[in-house]
Design a protein around this ligand. Structure first.
Ligand SMILES: [Zn+2]
Ligand SMILES: [Zn+2]
Ligand SMILES: [Zn+2]
Ligand SMILES: [Zn+2]
Ligand SMILES: [Zn+2]
Ligand SMILES: [Zn+2]
Ligand SMILES: [Zn+2]
Length: 399
């Protein structure tokens, strides 16, 4: 129903909204009229000067209210620029109502345009589809934002159809493959963690990890590794044991008192023909006696030296030690030699500590002088280990 020309505003050419009249009698929309007067105080139609304010045209208002108009949700499709439109075959609203009744009609018009607006359950997106109100139900049947139950058995979640895949990425009832490389087990996601703890393809450390083995791999790999790396593991264990033992020794301070040994050498006259006589004093000390000199230079002399018996350890000995060949007839005539009172380290490599020319062989063998009694030679040793620390040379890594 086209409005007659007298209901149109000559400025905007539309149906007048809130018509206002100028004193000359011409009428325009209220806003068109005001804008024109703001530019120039004359009627835009007849150019007559406007001296009085415009006034509402009540009869024009009534005429327009009585006028019949089409519902704006008519067959002509609205121009939706951004939103997607869902429309089946709707012809739109054909209602013709009085202009005054148009707002209340359009408010409830079944052909009015509405936005779907369904929310995605997995994202915060909303369906932006526009459709006529009476076709919304049909759209909702097809809308991929609509909810559907998760197809996985056991899962009772309702998920937007478009995001089913996204849900399945986390759905506990989705069947997935064990993520361990090489494992072909398929199982529900909810069971993966329990499976992984038992999975033969899980990555584990070699049981000798704490001893320094860096091997890592699947359980079967480690089983193979245990078979092939036995030597490596033994070496690791060995060096660990050695390290602990050395540490133990290192921490052990020994404080031994003065040690006094008395060694009686039987059948000395016969032994004189030997190059050297070895006498073990105890577990850590040893005496060597060369009855006829330890080398050519000391031929004719008895050489005596003290040695450490412990190959693996080095002793630090403080204080002097004493060697004495006892004279049985007169103890005042015993031969006594004492080292200087210094400390030094003792190791097996050290060439003993003693005196290459301790006594003349002929004196020792002379029964008149008194060193031999019943063919026995008595040598006394005093080791003044007032305080000794075992020094351990160990070049392992620290704890
Ligand atoms: Zn106008
Ligand atoms: Zn006029
Ligand atoms: Zn309508
Ligand atoms: Zn929708
Ligand atoms: Zn699910
Ligand atoms: Zn597995
Ligand atoms: Zn290993």
């Amino acid at each position: 129903v086209d409005p007659p020309h007298y209901l149109r505003c000559v400025i905007c050419t539309d149906v007048m909204r809130k018509p206002m009249s100028l004193p000359c009698g011409h009428s325009f929309c209220a806003t068109c009229c005001q804008q024109s007067l703001d530019r120039k105080a004359e009627c835009p139609c007849c150019r007559k000067e406007v001296t009085h304010a415009p006034h509402p045209n009540i009869s024009l208002c009534q005429a327009m209210d009585e006028q019949l108009v089409h519902c704006s949700f008519g067959p002509r499709r609205k121009d939706f620029t951004a939103a997607p439109v869902f429309e089946i075959a709707s012809q739109g609203c054909t209602a013709v109502v009085k202009r005054a009744d148009l707002p209340s009609h359009e408010k409830d018009c079944p052909f009015r345009w509405v936005v779907c607006g369904l929310m995605d359950t997995q994202t915060d997106e909303k369906c932006r589809v526009v459709c006529r109100q009476n076709e919304l139900a049909e759209h909702l049947r097809q809308c991929d934002f609509a909810l559907a139950p998760c197809p996985n058995e056991g899962c009772d979640e309702q998920v937007s159809i478009r995001s089913i895949d996204k849900h399945k990425e986390q759905c506990l009832f989705e069947t997935v493959q064990c993520p361990n490389p090489g494992c072909s087990e398929f199982l529900l996601r909810t069971n993966v963690r329990a499976h992984q703890e038992q999975c033969p393809f899980r990555v584990v450390n070699c049981p000798f990890h704490k001893y320094g083995c860096t091997a890592q791999g699947s359980v079967t790999f480690i089983e193979d590794h245990l078979n092939t790396a036995t030597n490596d593991h033994l070496m690791l264990l060995f060096s660990m044991l050695e390290y602990q033992q050395q540490r133990h020794l290192q921490e052990k301070r020994i404080s031994c008192p003065k040690k006094r040994f008395k060694c009686i050498i039987n059948n000395f006259v016969r032994l004189v023909k030997k190059q050297v006589i070895d006498v073990d004093l105890d577990y850590s000390w040893k005496l060597k006696i060369w009855p006829n000199g330890e080398d050519k230079r000391h031929k004719g002399y008895v050489s005596i030296r003290l040695f450490s018996r412990e190959a693996s350890r080095t002793f630090k000995v403080e204080g002097p030690y004493t060697l004495r060949i006892v004279n049985h007839m007169d103890s005042q005539r015993s031969i006594v030699k004492m080292t200087e009172a210094t400390s030094r380290e003792w190791a097996d490599s050290v060439r003993g500590w003693g005196f290459p020319a301790f006594a003349k062989v002929e004196d020792v063998l002379n029964p008149e002088i008194g060193f031999l009694k019943d063919d026995k030679l008595v040598v006394e040793v005093e080791v003044l280990v007032s305080s000794a620390l075992e020094i351990v040379e160990y070049h392992g890594e620290a704890d």
